[in-house]
Design a protein around this ligand. Structure first.
Ligand code: URA
Length: 238
């Protein structure tokens, strides 16, 4: 059993002192009943809500990282290269949700919550994974059409739900293409471009569903808010 204000603070939404104020203001419910006194203790079985938003269980943590180039998306690496987990300061054993290649940068989520990870990754929830790819060559309209129509790569159907040509530069012979997909197969974006005849020179994931890296510098990360976690969980019930 732990004090209510500690449980709220541990969920990452606020400090312990501010949690006490929230309790006194009547913004906190335990198992559906408003609690205004300090000193109440709860267990992990109790349902704690702040402003009617369920706060994550104490033992679940969620991070959004802007992955730099040259970092591997796994928990450990047998070649002892730096991993995305090494970049996050936490006592909890977390793992990345899906993968970005060693040379790919951008948004990656890390957690120890398997249900959350599954919602993010499973194509049935149609969560956008938006990539910016710099490719060699000036991409043609029929290639863009093929990316949208879909293709079979290594026995799997791969399809972009959206493709936007951002820039075509004849002097450098490169194009910048924004591609949205819902699956997350290994090397999917590079394989899709290869299937239509283009090499990816640079790849960045700029968004996963509601999570963008707009306010995070390379290598920076932040915790998700309980509201953000709740939004992802609300998709599960569809
Ligand atoms: N597709 C790729 O090819 N590489 C990534 O890192 C992510 C998606």
């Amino acid at each position: 059993m732990e004090r209510l204000q500690k449980v709220i603070a541990n969920s990452g939404i606020t400090s312990r002192r501010k949690a006490e104020v929230m309790i006194q203001e009547g913004r906190v419910k335990v198992n559906g009943i408003k609690v205004k006194e300090l000193g109440v203790k709860v267990s992990t079985k109790d349902k704690v809500e702040v402003d009617d938003i369920l706060i994550s269980k104490k033992d679940h943590v969620y991070f959004l990282l802007n992955k730099p180039r040259g970092v591997i998306s796994s928990v450990e690496d047998d070649k002892k290269r730096k991993t995305v987990v090494d970049l996050i300061e936490t006592e909890t054993r977390i793992y990345p949700v899906g993968r970005l290649d060693y040379d790919t940068t951008g948004a990656i989520l890390l957690t120890n919550d398997g249900t959350f990870a599954n919602i993010i990754m499973h194509p049935q929830y149609e969560i956008d994974k938006v990539y910016i790819a710099k490719i060699r060559g000036l991409i043609k309209g029929d290639s863009i059409k093929k990316l949208k129509e879909g293709m079979i790569v290594e026995g799997r159907k791969m399809q972009a739900s959206k493709v936007k040509l951002r820039k075509s530069d004849a002097t450098t012979n490169t194009s910048i293409v924004e591609l949205t997909i819902h699956e997350g197969h290994n090397h999917q974006v590079k394989n899709m471009f290869a299937a239509v005849g283009y090499e990816v020179l640079k790849l960045k994931r700029k968004r996963i569903g509601i999570f963008t890296i707009d306010n995070l510098k390379s290598g920076e990360y932040r915790r998700l808010t309980p509201k953000e976690v709740q939004i992802i969980y609300s998709l599960e019930k569809r």
